[in-house]
Design a protein around this ligand. Structure first.
Ligand code: MG
Length: 354
């Protein structure tokens, strides 16, 4: 086996493992390391107005009711609804969406207390937990230093955001999160880690990062074979962080739906004189021209730009190698093409030989 291949496979397995060959977390950093560089501070600009949910969104909170939320024991949520916002109360515990979600897009707006109290992790701390396991940290990170992997918009304890886009305390801020759930094999071992992309106040701060496992304070937990539609959790960290305008769009699976039939199923061989009868320029009705060429034993069709390989379906009908176009020729008695018909993308054109 070539070294490249071997290292390729080693890399592949290490990519799936959250601990590298030195026994270190694959980020290279211990959790909560104050030496880890802090991201640059970026002003996100004017505050966004509330984003209206798209038509296929599941609205979890629109400012009028807590019906879509439960407490950890499944009973009514013990949070407060006040002035169109929801917020944790002392000892109220987390809020969990009644509905579970796996792959999803989540929009959420939050505001830390206008009069900041405490520092580091004790100032405006909450969090959004995807699948109840992967926390996008909420923290008042405006003029409040903490460890890089624990500031606002970090994947808590794992990935600092690429920028600190925090607004001032009390101002509304937004997260837009793209979440792909982890996948497991039948034996429960990890097939693919979760993936998370996060925008904070309209700025991308997490780019498709792969959590090392469920997020945790001072702990590293490996993946636990827990996936599927699991509630979204909002953290009660004892700080009155307010929330509004929460909606989720469930995402389709990443598997690309394929047609049931392979394309260009029938390929016929044409002889030299049959091909020669089609080669040439064609004048398109309504302007422009087409050309059929022969090059290195293959036939190509062009609208004047790039060449598209023609795949014969029959003597007169051709598909194109990578484009869903169909060409049909009409021949004279000598076997020479007089005209062609080109169908693609819902439009049809005719051309006559020049
Ligand atoms: Mg938190």
């Amino acid at each position: 086996m070539h070294h490249k291949v071997i290292f390729g496979w080693v890399g592949f397995f290490l990519a799936l493992s959250t601990v590298n060959c030195f026994g270190q977390l694959s980020t290279g950093w211990k959790q909560h390391d104050m030496k880890r560089p802090l991201p640059p501070i970026v002003d996100p600009g004017e505050s966004l107005s509330q984003a209206a949910p798209p038509s296929d969104a599941v609205v979890l909170f629109d400012g009028t009711s807590l019906d879509a939320w439960r407490s950890g024991d499944g009973g009514p949520v013990k949070w407060l609804l006040r002035d169109g916002a929801m917020e944790p109360v002392d000892g109220g515990g987390y809020a969990y969406s009644a509905q579970g979600f796996a792959d999803c897009q989540l929009h959420i707006e939050w505001a830390s207390p206008a009069i900041p109290k405490g520092k580091s992790q004790n100032r405006g701390n909450s969090g959004v937990f995807l699948q109840s396991q992967f926390e996008v940290q909420i923290l008042d990170s405006f003029d409040n230093v903490t460890y890089a992997d624990g500031q606002a918009a970090s994947i808590y304890g794992q990935y600092p955001p690429m920028a600190n886009v925090s607004r001032k305390p009390g101002q509304w801020q937004s997260y837009d999160i793209l979440f792909r759930a982890p996948k497991y094999k039948e034996d429960g071992s990890l097939l693919e880690p979760a993936r998370m992309t996060v925008m904070h106040n309209g700025v991308f701060v997490q780019d498709n990062v792969k959590p090392l496992g469920p997020t945790s304070w001072m702990q590293h937990h490996p993946y636990s074979n827990r996936t599927g539609k699991i509630p979204i959790g909002l953290q009660d960290h004892g700080n009155p962080v307010r929330f509004r305008n929460i909606w989720v769009r469930e995402l389709p699976s990443e598997k690309i739906e394929q047609p049931t039939e392979p394309y260009d199923p029938l390929v016929v061989e044409l002889n030299d004189s049959q091909i020669a009868g089609l080669v040439g320029k064609y004048k398109r009705q309504g302007g422009g021209s087409y050309e059929v060429l022969r090059k290195d034993g293959k036939m190509y069709f062009t609208l004047g730009g790039p060449l598209m390989e023609m795949i014969p379906h029959s003597r007169l009908e051709f598909g194109l190698r990578y484009t869903a176009g169909l060409l049909e020729f009409k021949l004279d008695e000598a076997g020479k093409a007089q005209s062609l018909r080109f169908e693609m993308g819902g439009s049809l054109s005719q051309a006559t030989r020049e």
